[in-house]
Ligand binder design. Structure first.
Ligand code: FAD
Length: 58
């Protein structure tokens, strides 16, 4: 999985990593390093994972 120079997992604005179907959120992606941002990113990652599974299953 791609990480940056701080060893943080690289994600795009949909919390997608460089691996298809793998999402990351919260401190491991090092964006906000706060509980509220981790929760928001986690919600986005879960939504995108749901969409990914729905897409792949069809
Ligand atoms: C001392 C301290 C004070 C803080 N105070 C605040 C504050 O006042 N306000 C605020 O907004 N934020 C605060 N933060 C930051 C906040 O706690 C984090 O940003 C937030 O918890 C990140 O959530 P997360 O889900 O990404 O990671 P975490 O909450 O760290 O959750 C990661 C989970 O993964 C588990 N885990 C790790 N490795 C594995 C593995 N191999 N297999 C399975 N499970 C694993 C861990 O046990 C943990 O339960 C504080 C942080 C610290 C350290």
């Amino acid at each position: 999985m791609a990480v940056d120079e701080r060893n943080c997992i690289k994600v795009d604005r949909n919390q997608s990593t460089n691996i298809d179907g793998v999402f990351a959120a919260g401190d491991c992606a090092c964006w906000g390093m706060q509980a509220a941002t981790a929760a928001g990113e986690g919600a986005m990652a879960a939504l995108q994972a749901y969409r990914y599974v729905r897409r792949v299953k069809k």
